[in-house]
Ligand binder design. Structure first.
Ligand code: SF4
Length: 327
């Protein structure tokens, strides 16, 4: 028997009896062609990375390839100066990021068990297993998990268990017949592989049938709704459309703390506006990193947590709870 919230998700979000649109079979080809043309033009304008005597790139990355992720695209559209400042500092694992990874990994394992690897497993055990899997993977937060203070580690595991439990009692039990995909990687290569669009979707349900859109993409969120969440989902919708040739029919951000969600249905306008956002982002990234253009400053809510705000002349102080003397 479903909880009332699970029933609401079933009826209003999953909507199993609802109409599913048919997608123009030439749409994906036209979207890809637009991306190809714009990406190649942008590379041409700044000089192709990786060429002899060519531009430098982010240390540790293949100099011939620019990898565009949801996060990078969001950053370059939010504030270019902040993006460059955060890249100078580099990335560090912390308890908040790791707890999110633990919860996502645990939900991935949960779907693996549903798919036939075993019976139901309680959330805390799933999170323990997720932690072990992450420790075994040297590309992730293994070092942080091995060396974090016991208190921080316990908080991360407890928060992840909380997230998995909330997912279980608000989202209908996932059925293997829904073709669930968790932490599903999507990649699109453009301009002969010099530009790579990369994403990892939290949860995908359903599968296209011929030209009929039957896929629902879901982003699981632990915080509150934010302005950037719909754009993140549209990014996944574009990558999935290019991969399959058929778009998803619906996108949703699902908020674990409230058991609520925001969704929008996918149409051609949404995909074309996403292409424009992506090509504009690629052009900006190339101008900043290759042509070393001076970054623009875009004051706004992001100034609150910006690592460069002490030095930035445009830093917004007109924010609730913000003091110019804040460190
Ligand atoms: S303080 Fe605000 S405007 Fe300045 S770099 Fe940071 S986010 Fe951008």
């Amino acid at each position: 028997m479903l909880t009332p919230t699970q029933q609401r998700v079933w009826d209003d979000l999953l909507d199993p009896g609802g109409n599913r649109p048919t997608v123009d079979p030439g749409l994906a080809r036209r979207l890809r062609q637009a991306l190809e043309t714009e990406a190649s033009d942008s590379l041409e304008r700044v000089g192709a990375p990786g060429s002899a005597g060519g531009p430098s790139w982010i240390p540790g990355r293949d100099p011939a390839v620019i990898v565009v992720s949801k996060h990078l695209l969001g950053q370059v559209h939010q504030c270019e100066r902040q993006l460059l400042a955060s890249e100078r500092v580099g990335f560090e694992w912390n308890a908040t990021i790791v707890q999110g990874m633990l919860a996502h990994k645990a939900i991935e394992l949960k779907c693996g068990f549903i798919a036939g690897a075993g019976g139901p497993v309680p959330p805390a055990a799933l999170v323990q297993l997720a932690g072990q899997r992450l420790i075994d993977d040297e590309h992730g937060p293994a070092a942080w998990l091995r060396s974090a203070p016991p208190g921080e580690l316990a908080e991360a595991y407890a928060a992840a268990t909380d997230g998995v439990t909330k997912f279980e009692d608000t989202f209908p039990p996932i059925d293997a017949r829904w073709r669930p995909r968790v932490e599903s990687r999507l990649k699109v290569q453009l301009a002969g592989g010099r530009v790579e669009l990369s994403g990892k979707v939290d949860l995908v349900l359903g599968q296209a049938s011929g030209h009929e859109a039957r896929t629902l993409i879901i982003d699981l969120k632990t915080g509150r709704p934010a302005l950037g969440h719909p754009a993140d989902l549209r990014w996944y919708a574009l990558l999935e459309t290019l991969r399959v040739g058929v778009s998803p029919y619906r996108l949703a951000s699902f908020y674990l703390d409230s058991g609520d969600w925001r969704h929008e249905d996918v149409d051609e306008d949404l995909l074309w506006s996403t292409v424009r956002r992506v090509t504009d982002g690629i052009a900006r990234l190339l101008e900043l990193r290759v042509a070393h253009r001076t970054p623009t400053e875009s004051p706004g809510p992001a100034c609150r947590w910006c690592i460069d705000r002490a030095h930035c002349p445009s830093a917004s102080t007109d924010l609730p709870g913000f003091s110019p003397s804040d460190d």
